[in-house]
Design a binder for this molecule. Structure first.
Ligand SMILES: NC(=O)C1=CN([C@@H]2O[C@H](COP(=O)(O)OP(=O)(O)OC[C@H]3O[C@@H](n4cnc5c(N)ncnc54)[C@H](OP(=O)(O)O)[C@@H]3O)[C@@H](O)[C@H]2O)C=CC1
Ligand SMILES: O=C(O)C1=N[C@H](C(=O)O)C[C@H](O)C1
Length: 253
Protein backbone atom coordinates (compact mmCIF):
# COMPACT_ATOMS: atom_id res chain seq x y z
CA UNK A 1 0.00 0.00 0.00
CA UNK A 2 1.63 3.31 -1.08
CA UNK A 3 2.34 5.72 1.78
CA UNK A 4 1.38 9.21 0.65
CA UNK A 5 2.49 12.60 1.94
CA UNK A 6 -0.08 15.26 1.02
CA UNK A 7 1.26 18.76 0.44
CA UNK A 8 -1.38 21.49 0.87
CA UNK A 9 -3.39 18.99 2.92
CA UNK A 10 -5.63 21.57 4.64
CA UNK A 11 -6.75 23.30 1.41
CA UNK A 12 -9.77 22.56 -0.81
CA UNK A 13 -8.00 19.85 -2.84
CA UNK A 14 -6.09 18.52 0.18
CA UNK A 15 -9.38 17.89 1.98
CA UNK A 16 -10.90 16.22 -1.11
CA UNK A 17 -7.90 13.84 -1.36
CA UNK A 18 -8.02 13.11 2.37
CA UNK A 19 -11.69 12.06 2.01
CA UNK A 20 -10.94 9.80 -0.98
CA UNK A 21 -8.00 8.09 0.72
CA UNK A 22 -10.03 7.57 3.91
CA UNK A 23 -12.51 5.52 1.86
CA UNK A 24 -9.79 3.43 0.18
CA UNK A 25 -8.02 0.45 1.77
CA UNK A 26 -5.05 0.55 -0.66
CA UNK A 27 -3.84 4.13 -0.02
CA UNK A 28 -2.62 5.68 3.20
CA UNK A 29 -1.79 9.30 3.93
CA UNK A 30 1.03 9.24 6.48
CA UNK A 31 1.63 13.00 6.79
CA UNK A 32 0.66 16.37 5.40
CA UNK A 33 2.45 19.64 4.68
CA UNK A 34 0.64 22.95 5.05
CA UNK A 35 1.46 26.55 5.99
CA UNK A 36 -0.83 26.13 8.94
CA UNK A 37 0.46 22.95 10.62
CA UNK A 38 -2.87 21.99 12.14
CA UNK A 39 -3.96 18.38 11.90
CA UNK A 40 -7.54 18.17 10.59
CA UNK A 41 -7.44 14.40 10.09
CA UNK A 42 -5.69 11.32 11.44
CA UNK A 43 -2.19 12.16 10.12
CA UNK A 44 0.37 14.70 11.41
CA UNK A 45 0.89 18.00 9.55
CA UNK A 46 4.21 19.83 9.16
CA UNK A 47 4.76 23.39 7.97
CA UNK A 48 8.06 22.51 6.24
CA UNK A 49 8.84 19.28 4.34
CA UNK A 50 12.23 18.84 6.07
CA UNK A 51 10.43 18.43 9.43
CA UNK A 52 8.99 15.10 8.25
CA UNK A 53 11.41 12.24 8.96
CA UNK A 54 9.10 9.24 8.43
CA UNK A 55 8.84 6.86 5.44
CA UNK A 56 6.81 7.65 2.34
CA UNK A 57 6.49 6.30 -1.20
CA UNK A 58 5.05 9.30 -3.03
CA UNK A 59 4.06 12.94 -2.50
CA UNK A 60 0.94 14.61 -3.89
CA UNK A 61 1.22 18.41 -4.09
CA UNK A 62 -1.81 20.72 -4.21
CA UNK A 63 -0.35 23.71 -2.38
CA UNK A 64 1.25 26.80 -3.91
CA UNK A 65 4.07 27.32 -6.39
CA UNK A 66 5.96 29.18 -3.62
CA UNK A 67 6.56 25.76 -1.98
CA UNK A 68 7.89 24.04 -5.12
CA UNK A 69 11.63 24.67 -4.60
CA UNK A 70 11.55 23.49 -0.96
CA UNK A 71 9.36 20.52 -1.84
CA UNK A 72 11.64 19.40 -4.69
CA UNK A 73 14.71 19.71 -2.41
CA UNK A 74 12.97 17.35 0.05
CA UNK A 75 11.96 14.89 -2.70
CA UNK A 76 15.48 14.86 -4.15
CA UNK A 77 17.14 14.40 -0.75
CA UNK A 78 14.81 11.49 0.11
CA UNK A 79 14.54 10.17 -3.48
CA UNK A 80 10.72 10.26 -3.33
CA UNK A 81 8.56 10.58 -6.49
CA UNK A 82 6.27 13.62 -6.56
CA UNK A 83 2.91 14.29 -8.24
CA UNK A 84 2.74 18.07 -8.82
CA UNK A 85 -0.83 19.28 -9.34
CA UNK A 86 -0.19 22.83 -8.14
CA UNK A 87 -0.39 25.49 -10.87
CA UNK A 88 0.94 29.03 -11.33
CA UNK A 89 4.66 28.17 -11.63
CA UNK A 90 7.19 30.73 -12.89
CA UNK A 91 9.56 29.78 -15.74
CA UNK A 92 12.30 29.30 -13.07
CA UNK A 93 10.10 26.94 -11.05
CA UNK A 94 9.24 24.98 -14.22
CA UNK A 95 12.98 24.65 -14.89
CA UNK A 96 13.47 23.32 -11.32
CA UNK A 97 10.73 20.72 -11.93
CA UNK A 98 12.40 19.69 -15.20
CA UNK A 99 15.81 19.41 -13.48
CA UNK A 100 14.36 17.32 -10.62
CA UNK A 101 12.76 14.94 -13.14
CA UNK A 102 16.24 14.04 -14.36
CA UNK A 103 16.89 12.45 -10.94
CA UNK A 104 13.52 11.22 -9.65
CA UNK A 105 10.09 10.38 -11.14
CA UNK A 106 8.10 13.63 -11.32
CA UNK A 107 4.51 13.89 -12.53
CA UNK A 108 3.08 17.29 -13.45
CA UNK A 109 -0.31 18.18 -14.85
CA UNK A 110 -2.39 21.35 -14.59
CA UNK A 111 -5.53 19.22 -14.67
CA UNK A 112 -6.02 15.74 -13.22
CA UNK A 113 -9.33 14.91 -14.92
CA UNK A 114 -9.53 12.27 -17.64
CA UNK A 115 -11.84 14.57 -19.63
CA UNK A 116 -9.33 17.39 -20.05
CA UNK A 117 -6.62 14.97 -21.03
CA UNK A 118 -8.86 13.40 -23.68
CA UNK A 119 -9.79 16.88 -24.89
CA UNK A 120 -6.09 17.67 -25.51
CA UNK A 121 -6.03 14.98 -28.23
CA UNK A 122 -9.13 16.53 -29.85
CA UNK A 123 -7.45 19.95 -29.77
CA UNK A 124 -4.30 18.66 -31.47
CA UNK A 125 -6.49 17.14 -34.18
CA UNK A 126 -8.48 20.39 -34.66
CA UNK A 127 -5.35 22.53 -34.77
CA UNK A 128 -3.61 20.32 -37.30
CA UNK A 129 -6.66 20.23 -39.62
CA UNK A 130 -7.85 23.84 -39.20
CA UNK A 131 -4.38 25.42 -39.13
CA UNK A 132 -4.02 29.08 -40.12
CA UNK A 133 -7.64 29.56 -41.19
CA UNK A 134 -9.15 29.51 -37.69
CA UNK A 135 -8.38 31.86 -34.78
CA UNK A 136 -7.95 30.14 -31.43
CA UNK A 137 -9.40 31.68 -28.25
CA UNK A 138 -9.46 29.99 -24.82
CA UNK A 139 -11.81 31.01 -22.01
CA UNK A 140 -11.50 29.63 -18.47
CA UNK A 141 -13.71 30.27 -15.42
CA UNK A 142 -12.95 29.46 -11.78
CA UNK A 143 -14.07 30.28 -8.23
CA UNK A 144 -13.22 33.59 -6.61
CA UNK A 145 -10.60 32.05 -4.27
CA UNK A 146 -8.24 30.98 -7.06
CA UNK A 147 -4.85 32.71 -6.82
CA UNK A 148 -3.35 32.19 -10.27
CA UNK A 149 -4.48 33.30 -13.73
CA UNK A 150 -4.65 32.05 -16.35
CA UNK A 151 -5.37 28.56 -15.05
CA UNK A 152 -2.74 25.86 -15.43
CA UNK A 153 -5.25 23.97 -17.57
CA UNK A 154 -5.72 26.90 -19.98
CA UNK A 155 -1.95 27.02 -20.51
CA UNK A 156 -1.83 23.24 -20.98
CA UNK A 157 -4.62 23.44 -23.58
CA UNK A 158 -2.88 26.33 -25.35
CA UNK A 159 0.33 24.27 -25.47
CA UNK A 160 -1.55 21.29 -26.97
CA UNK A 161 -3.04 23.53 -29.70
CA UNK A 162 0.25 25.31 -30.27
CA UNK A 163 2.19 22.06 -30.77
CA UNK A 164 -0.09 21.14 -33.68
CA UNK A 165 -0.32 24.57 -35.36
CA UNK A 166 1.76 25.28 -38.47
CA UNK A 167 3.04 28.56 -36.91
CA UNK A 168 4.61 29.76 -33.62
CA UNK A 169 1.63 31.10 -31.67
CA UNK A 170 1.93 34.06 -29.32
CA UNK A 171 -0.20 33.79 -26.15
CA UNK A 172 -2.16 37.01 -25.52
CA UNK A 173 -3.85 37.58 -22.14
CA UNK A 174 -5.09 41.11 -22.42
CA UNK A 175 -6.21 43.23 -25.34
CA UNK A 176 -7.68 46.16 -23.47
CA UNK A 177 -5.09 48.63 -24.78
CA UNK A 178 -5.03 47.27 -28.32
CA UNK A 179 -6.28 49.39 -31.21
CA UNK A 180 -5.57 46.99 -34.05
CA UNK A 181 -7.07 43.99 -35.83
CA UNK A 182 -6.39 40.59 -34.34
CA UNK A 183 -3.09 39.21 -35.69
CA UNK A 184 -3.55 35.69 -37.09
CA UNK A 185 -0.76 34.03 -35.14
CA UNK A 186 -1.97 34.45 -31.59
CA UNK A 187 -3.94 32.44 -29.05
CA UNK A 188 -6.14 34.59 -26.80
CA UNK A 189 -6.44 33.33 -23.21
CA UNK A 190 -9.13 34.83 -20.96
CA UNK A 191 -9.90 34.32 -17.26
CA UNK A 192 -13.20 34.68 -15.41
CA UNK A 193 -13.27 34.50 -11.58
CA UNK A 194 -16.48 34.25 -9.58
CA UNK A 195 -18.47 32.43 -6.93
CA UNK A 196 -17.83 28.74 -6.50
CA UNK A 197 -17.20 27.71 -10.15
CA UNK A 198 -15.12 24.52 -9.90
CA UNK A 199 -13.43 24.78 -13.32
CA UNK A 200 -14.66 25.53 -16.85
CA UNK A 201 -12.51 25.53 -19.98
CA UNK A 202 -13.60 26.33 -23.48
CA UNK A 203 -11.45 26.37 -26.60
CA UNK A 204 -12.88 28.10 -29.68
CA UNK A 205 -11.64 27.68 -33.24
CA UNK A 206 -13.19 30.67 -35.01
CA UNK A 207 -13.22 30.51 -38.79
CA UNK A 208 -15.10 32.14 -41.63
CA UNK A 209 -18.83 31.51 -41.03
CA UNK A 210 -18.32 28.84 -38.35
CA UNK A 211 -17.05 28.38 -34.80
CA UNK A 212 -16.02 25.06 -33.28
CA UNK A 213 -16.14 25.16 -29.47
CA UNK A 214 -14.79 22.36 -27.30
CA UNK A 215 -15.75 22.69 -23.67
CA UNK A 216 -15.04 20.90 -20.41
CA UNK A 217 -16.80 21.50 -17.09
CA UNK A 218 -15.63 20.03 -13.81
CA UNK A 219 -18.67 19.53 -11.60
CA UNK A 220 -16.80 18.77 -8.39
CA UNK A 221 -13.21 18.61 -7.08
CA UNK A 222 -13.55 14.85 -6.74
CA UNK A 223 -12.69 14.45 -10.43
CA UNK A 224 -9.26 16.02 -9.80
CA UNK A 225 -8.76 14.16 -6.51
CA UNK A 226 -9.43 10.73 -8.09
CA UNK A 227 -7.01 11.56 -10.91
CA UNK A 228 -4.32 12.62 -8.44
CA UNK A 229 -4.66 9.46 -6.36
CA UNK A 230 -4.44 7.30 -9.53
CA UNK A 231 -1.37 9.26 -10.64
CA UNK A 232 0.23 8.72 -7.20
CA UNK A 233 -0.39 4.95 -7.39
CA UNK A 234 1.20 4.97 -10.87
CA UNK A 235 4.19 7.13 -9.91
CA UNK A 236 4.99 5.19 -6.73
CA UNK A 237 5.72 2.19 -9.00
CA UNK A 238 8.07 4.08 -11.37
CA UNK A 239 11.77 3.42 -10.88
CA UNK A 240 13.02 5.51 -13.81
CA UNK A 241 13.46 9.28 -13.38
CA UNK A 242 11.41 11.32 -15.84
CA UNK A 243 8.66 13.85 -16.31
CA UNK A 244 5.35 12.00 -16.41
CA UNK A 245 1.83 13.24 -17.18
CA UNK A 246 -1.75 11.94 -17.44
CA UNK A 247 -1.13 10.32 -20.83
CA UNK A 248 1.32 7.91 -19.13
CA UNK A 249 -1.22 7.06 -16.39
CA UNK A 250 -4.02 6.52 -18.94
CA UNK A 251 -1.76 4.33 -21.10
CA UNK A 252 -0.90 2.17 -18.07
CA UNK A 253 -4.57 1.58 -17.09
N1 LIG B 1 -3.97 19.95 -11.34
C1 LIG B 1 -5.27 19.98 -10.99
O1 LIG B 1 -6.10 19.18 -11.46
C2 LIG B 1 -5.71 20.98 -9.98
C3 LIG B 1 -4.82 21.89 -9.51
N2 LIG B 1 -5.21 22.77 -8.53
C4 LIG B 1 -4.16 23.63 -8.04
O2 LIG B 1 -3.78 23.15 -6.75
C5 LIG B 1 -3.41 24.25 -5.92
C6 LIG B 1 -4.23 24.23 -4.65
O3 LIG B 1 -5.59 24.43 -4.97
P1 LIG B 1 -6.69 24.54 -3.79
O4 LIG B 1 -6.68 23.30 -2.96
O5 LIG B 1 -7.94 24.97 -4.43
O6 LIG B 1 -6.08 25.76 -2.97
P2 LIG B 1 -6.19 26.07 -1.40
O7 LIG B 1 -5.70 27.46 -1.23
O8 LIG B 1 -7.54 25.70 -0.90
O9 LIG B 1 -5.15 25.04 -0.76
C7 LIG B 1 -3.76 25.22 -0.75
C8 LIG B 1 -3.24 24.85 0.62
O10 LIG B 1 -1.82 24.94 0.59
C9 LIG B 1 -1.42 25.82 1.63
N3 LIG B 1 -0.19 26.53 1.26
C10 LIG B 1 -0.05 27.69 0.58
N4 LIG B 1 1.24 28.02 0.47
C11 LIG B 1 1.94 27.04 1.08
C12 LIG B 1 3.32 26.84 1.33
N5 LIG B 1 4.25 27.70 0.91
N6 LIG B 1 3.69 25.73 2.03
C13 LIG B 1 2.76 24.85 2.47
N7 LIG B 1 1.43 25.00 2.28
C14 LIG B 1 1.02 26.08 1.58
C15 LIG B 1 -2.58 26.78 1.82
O11 LIG B 1 -2.50 27.42 3.08
P3 LIG B 1 -3.23 28.87 3.26
O12 LIG B 1 -4.70 28.63 3.00
O13 LIG B 1 -2.92 29.25 4.67
O14 LIG B 1 -2.62 29.78 2.23
C16 LIG B 1 -3.76 25.83 1.69
O15 LIG B 1 -4.04 25.15 2.90
C17 LIG B 1 -3.59 25.51 -6.79
O16 LIG B 1 -2.36 25.83 -7.40
C18 LIG B 1 -4.61 25.07 -7.83
O17 LIG B 1 -4.55 25.80 -9.01
C19 LIG B 1 -6.46 22.76 -8.00
C20 LIG B 1 -7.40 21.88 -8.46
C21 LIG B 1 -7.10 20.91 -9.50
O1 LIG C 1 -7.55 26.26 -8.72
C1 LIG C 1 -8.43 25.46 -9.12
O2 LIG C 1 -9.51 25.32 -8.54
C2 LIG C 1 -8.14 24.68 -10.31
N1 LIG C 1 -6.94 24.76 -10.81
C3 LIG C 1 -6.43 24.05 -11.93
C4 LIG C 1 -5.95 24.99 -12.99
O3 LIG C 1 -5.34 26.03 -12.67
O4 LIG C 1 -6.16 24.72 -14.17
C5 LIG C 1 -7.32 22.95 -12.41
C6 LIG C 1 -8.79 23.13 -12.18
O5 LIG C 1 -9.36 23.79 -13.27
C7 LIG C 1 -9.15 23.75 -10.85
Amino acid sequence: MPKIVLSGCNGRMGRAITDICAAKSDMQIVAGFDLNAVSLSDYPVFSHPAEFTGDCDVIIDFSNAALTEELLAFCLSRHVPVVICTTGHSPEQLAQIQAASEQIPVFRSGNMSIGINLLMDLLRKCASVLGEDYNVEIVEAHHNQKLDAPSGTALMLADAVSEALPYDAEYVYDRHERREKRPAHEIGIHSIRGGTIVGEHSVMFCGRDEVIEIKHSALSREVFAVGAVNAAAFLAKQTTPGLYNMSHVIAAQ
